[in-house]
Design a protein around this ligand. Structure first.
Ligand SMILES: [Zn+2]
Ligand SMILES: [Zn+2]
Ligand SMILES: [Zn+2]
Ligand SMILES: [Zn+2]
Length: 215
């Protein structure tokens, strides 16, 4: 058994991801997963491209199965294996985030790129929540505690206050005007009354003077 490259888990496809059990011939002897992007030696020993390339670079320039001399440039694409595996149904990379899809291996990359369950970060300031791509808009506009709509609400409240403040101001101006008007009228009346009484008093005095004279 050859040395496994570091991170070997990420090389082939985990067998548990396939809808149906995979035939033993399609497993990579280096990573032990289902072969991804198959390459072979001239004796038709098959490996994942990444696995065998890394083995040839890091370990020895020999095939781990037949031990014959092998280099990266001598590797052959194993088309028949790739064609068969490309039709196997595999679960999405984001199955653990809720994606229920099984797609052909050949369509996996395209599906994952557009998958609604892919993790994305909320774009609202201060929120660093990771959410599913398909929930992004709903989260950002309705659920996020840092949602932008909040500042929208504040803006509305501010406008509402400004409006009522303006109304109160107009009302105060009207009341003041009315009071000024009333005050002027009252003063005028007082003046009228006092003016009249002065006139009456003068007349009375005059009358009294005249009657004194008569006496
Ligand atoms: Zn492999
Ligand atoms: Zn070989
Ligand atoms: Zn998906
Ligand atoms: Zn958020």
């Amino acid at each position: 058994m050859a040395c496994r490259p570091n991170n070997y888990d990420s090389y082939g496809y985990d067998e548990s991801r396939f809808e149906s059990p995979v035939n033993d011939n399609f497993y990579c002897p280096i990573c032990l997963n289902v072969i991804k992007d198959a390459r072979m030696c001239h004796n038709e020993h098959i490996f994942c491209r990444k696995c065998i390339e890394e083995h040839l670079r890091v370990n020895a320039q020999r095939c781990p199965q037949c031990q014959e001399r092998l280099t990266v440039s001598k590797l052959l694409p194993a088309r028949f294996v790739n064609n068969l595996i490309s039709k196997f149904k595999i679960s999405c990379d984001h199955a653990n985030r809720g994606c229920p899809e099984f797609v052909n291996v050949e369509d996996l990359e395209r599906h994952v790129e557009n998958c609604g369950f892919a993790p994305v970060l909320c774009s609202n300031e201060r929120c660093d929540k990771e959410i599913n791509k398909r929930d992004k808009i709903k989260h950002e506009t309705e659920l996020c505690e840092y949602r932008k709509i909040l500042s929208h609400d504040f803006e509305e409240i501010r406008e509402m206050f400004q409006k009522s403040f303006d109304q109160v101001k107009t009302l105060m101006v009207k009341i003041n005007e009315k009071m000024d008007q009333d005050r002027t009228e009252i003063n005028k009346k007082i003046n009228d009354v006092s003016g009249q009484s002065t006139k009456e008093i003068m007349e009375l005095k005059k009358e009294m003077m005249e009657s004194k004279k008569e006496i």
